[in-house]
Write a protein of this length. Structure first.
Length: 346
């Protein structure tokens, strides 16, 4: 196993948001990050959601979009780290198991027995790691069963790699995931001039993804989530052109989508100096955008960003040093996770 823990950092005051775990593929390689959150959403949505433990998992060191010279303009990982390679299925699953073991060891904490939700939204574009990711989901499920833990769902995200979406739909048709709930998240973020914000648009048009959403709904029985970051005069350091998620942009996005097959997640954006500048959309402005979408028939959730104090941006902390280094306790948990993963991978 190449992936090993380096340490961790708290997100928010007194661990209010969660914990960022720091990993490395080899000495002197860029850091890789995963995160365990203390609440599934900072803005409560329902009592049914409040007891679900949420985890964000990386699929690579850095992002393959950087190597392809099309990183998302706002992503800290894509713009500050070199691509150091895809993770194996076991290395992806290892992050999941390690984070769950960490929560299980919190004796007396409610998180010890929560259902687990794994979102593949850390470092990397899952669309380029799907062969490893589909196997990592299988390994994780077997590991959770061995640990007596319940999987709420896996959330598969992409910026728009259509070959991955087609492979995912084929797996759903053939019940590869054996009934496990695996849902789809499309990181759209913009429609007007999307290519200037997300250059992958010049390879995979967002309309190609939207055309696949009805079939995904048929296969999963659930509406796919379309993610939209809330930008306010966002400007990347290499460009003088700004982008806003204003009412006009939201109307453009809504006009392209069908509320019967997808829902929308609006999320605050944490800027950082290394990837550009951004204003802050007020709660009143966000509420107006939400209401407009709801009036058009969409299910909408408004998410507050985790780790705002640390300016985590998209892509977490972009490979920064952990606050607390690996100790014997972390290593013991790591070796236990390895043992569970090895047994589950058989």
């Amino acid at each position: 196993m190449r992936l090993h823990p380096v340490g961790f950092s708290h997100l928010g005051q007194v661990n209010a948001d969660g914990i960022r775990y720091v990993w490395q593929l080899r000495d002197n390689a860029p850091y890789i990050e995963s995160a365990a959150f203390r609440a599934r959403a900072k803005i409560p949505t329902s009592d049914a959601d409040s007891h679900i433990s949420a985890y964000t998992t990386s699929v690579s060191g850095g992002c393959a979009l950087t190597a392809a010279k099309v990183p998302c303009r706002f992503c800290r990982t894509g713009n500050t780290l070199r691509f150091s390679g895809h993770l194996s299925a076991k290395e992806i699953a290892l992050q999941n198991v390690f984070m769950v073991l960490s929560d299980m060891e919190q004796i007396g904490q409610a998180a010890a027995d929560n259902p687990r939700e794994f979102a593949y939204m850390g470092q990397g574009e899952p669309g380029y790691s799907y062969p490893q990711l589909r196997e990592a989901i299988r390994i994780t499920n077997k590991a959770m069963s061995a640990l007596g833990q319940k999987v709420h769902r896996h959330l598969l995200a992409t910026c728009g790699v259509t070959e991955m979406i087609d492979a995912f739909m084929s797996d759903l048709e053939n019940d590869y995931f054996n009934g496990t709930r695996v849902t789809f998240h499309y990181s759209l973020h913009a429609a007007s001039d999307r290519g200037s914000v997300m250059p992958i648009e010049n390879i995979y048009s967002y309309r190609e993804v939207i055309q696949r959403l009805p079939r995904l709904y048929e296969l999963t029985g659930e509406k796919s989530c379309v993610g939209v970051l809330l930008f306010k005069n966002y400007c990347n350091g290499s460009s003088t052109k700004s982008h806003c998620t204003d009412m006009k942009e939201i109307e453009t996005i809504a006009s392209e989508l069908d509320p019967t097959v997808c829902r929308i997640s609006l999320c605050e954006f944490n800027p950082c100096d290394s990837v550009g500048t951004n204003g802050e959309i007020s709660p009143e402005e966000a509420a107006e955008l939400t209401t407009m979408l709801e009036d058009k028939g969409f299910e909408v959730k408004l998410f507050a960003s985790f780790g705002r104090q640390e300016n985590t941006a998209c892509g977490l902390l972009g490979g920064t040093m952990p606050d607390i280094n690996t100790d014997d306790h972390i290593l013991a948990r790591y070796y236990r996770a390895l043992s569970v993963i090895d047994a589950a991978a058989c």
